[in-house]
Ligand binder design. Structure first.
Ligand SMILES: [Fe+2]
Length: 125
């Protein structure tokens, strides 16, 4: 089982933060509370956003979506995060780049993909 990870978003400036340790207080950005990002695991748009996983030769290959996601400046997958019980590994994805990542595959975990327009998606294995 992967460790629990939570992401927050600022509706004013679009900043996204990852909460490492919850001290029990709310996060504030641009003078107002940040919103906890909801995690989607299915539903409309999943074919473009759900992380698709392939295991081969001890590596985990992540490809976001079964169909290619747009990677334009204003709408793209911004990062992929692989979370296990012990580790959190993030790959930043630039616009005009493929929404893919490769990690070593020694543990089960959760793989998140964040779209600048459609939010946070997760696949577990
Ligand atoms: Fe999207």
């Amino acid at each position: 089982m992967a460790r629990n990870i939570v992401f927050y978003w600022c509706p004013v400036c679009n900043s996204v933060v990852e909460l490492v340790e919850n001290g029990g207080h709310s996060l504030v950005c641009c003078g107002q509370p940040m919103e906890r990002l909801k995690v989607k695991e299915k539903g409309e748009g999943s074919e473009y956003h759900l992380p698709s996983l392939k295991h081969r030769d001890g590596l985990l290959y992540v490809n976001v979506g079964s169909k290619p996601h747009p990677q334009s400046e204003d709408h793209h997958i911004k990062f992929i995060v692989f979370v296990t019980k012990q580790t959190v590994r993030r790959s930043d994805i630039k616009s005009n780049s493929m929404a893919t990542a490769v990690y070593t595959d020694k543990d089960h975990g959760d793989v998140y993909a964040y779209c600048s327009t459609h939010g946070l998606w997760k696949t577990s294995f």
